[in-house]
Write a protein that binds this ligand. Structure first.
Ligand code: 13P
Ligand code: ZN
Ligand code: NA
Length: 284
């Protein structure tokens, strides 16, 4: 079933678990997320980044919406890292039930102003809004980008930001980066900072850069207000590793229905593990 993301996150927040939000860039990944959600009886969010939207095109949303409506588990469709009011309007026109406006690189005042504008537009049509304060790091190869240097979210600023903008959920920077940690290794997440933000802000929080972290640290985040964890790299890596392996072992293969099943299975294993890790299993 297709839902507003706020309803999903409020349940997760109250019950101290996190809903996985998975980046899809083709129909295979939509199947991966929905089948995993059904098998795990877990709520889930399907998110599409503007770069991914470039690849699939707006019409793809009709397929995603129908797929979500035809399942019993709660699902939301979310715009990941919308960069402008234009991105947000486009998403709303195409039937997303939730949008992110990421003006985290702008000044604090500008971030508030643009986020407020998005909240006014989106809430008028029952679409929920995520915004970001501080910056998530970036690693090579990740489509979602990010900053070279992580600027940790300030808890007092977060409180002001949430009060001023009326957002439904806030993405915080506590040490994660998009993609895999190639050089420096897995980061230590600032869980004390997260606890402080949680205490001051009082709305569901979002963790970006969910891949390639320590499981035991991720398991702490939803005890401190994280209700949505963005996951892209770990799932896509598993998928394309399986594709690569299959093509190496079967040089003449060219039929998608022959090549894709092993990749779908590998990606589903990752997604289902994350649903267990985020404690969203059996919460549908
Ligand atoms: P990862 O690629 O680290 O999973 O991060 C995904 C993300 O935050 C998308 O917005
Ligand atoms: Zn992100
Ligand atoms: Na990551």
């Amino acid at each position: 079933m297709l839902m507003n993301m706020k309803e999903l996150l409020d349940v997760a927040y109250r019950n101290k678990f996190a809903v996985g939000s998975f980046n899809v860039a083709n129909s295979e990944f939509v199947r991966v997320v929905i089948e995993s959600a059904e098998e795990k009886q877990a709520p889930a969010i399907i998110q599409i980044h503007p770069n991914e939207l470039e690849l699939v095109g707006d019409d793809f949303l009709a397929y995603v919406r129908e797929s979500c409506k035809n399942t019993k588990v709660p699902l939301a469709i979310h715009l990941d890292h919308g960069a402008s009011v234009k991105d947000v309007m486009r998403a709303i026109r195409n039937g997303y039930t939730s949008v992110m406006i990421d003006a985290s690189h702008a000044s604090f005042a500008d971030n508030i102003a643009i986020t407020k504008e998005v909240v006014n537009i989106a809430h008028a049509v029952n679409v929920s809004v995520e915004a970001e304060l501080g910056t998530i790091g970036s690693n090579e190869g990740s489509s979602e980008g990010g900053a070279d240097k992580i600027l940790y979210t300030n808890a007092d600023d977060a409180q002001t930001f949430v009060e001023e903008t009326g957002i439904d959920t806030l993405a915080v920077a506590i040490g994660t980066s998009h993609g895999q940690y190639k050089h420096a290794g897995k980061p230590e997440l600032k869980l004390d900072l997260l606890a402080e933000i949680h205490q001051k802000v009082g709305i569901p929080l979002v963790l970006h850069g969910g891949s390639d972290n320590k499981d035991e640290e991720i398991a702490q985040t939803y005890l401190h207000g994280i209700a949505k964890i963005n996951l892209s790299t770990d799932m896509k890596n598993a998928f394309f590793k399986a594709v690569r392996q299959f093509l190496l072992e079967n040089e003449g293969a060219y039929e998608p229905d022959v090549i894709m099943p092993s990749a779908r299975k590998a990606a589903k294993e990752v997604v289902k593990h994350k649903m267990d890790l985020f404690q969203s299993t059996n919460k549908a």
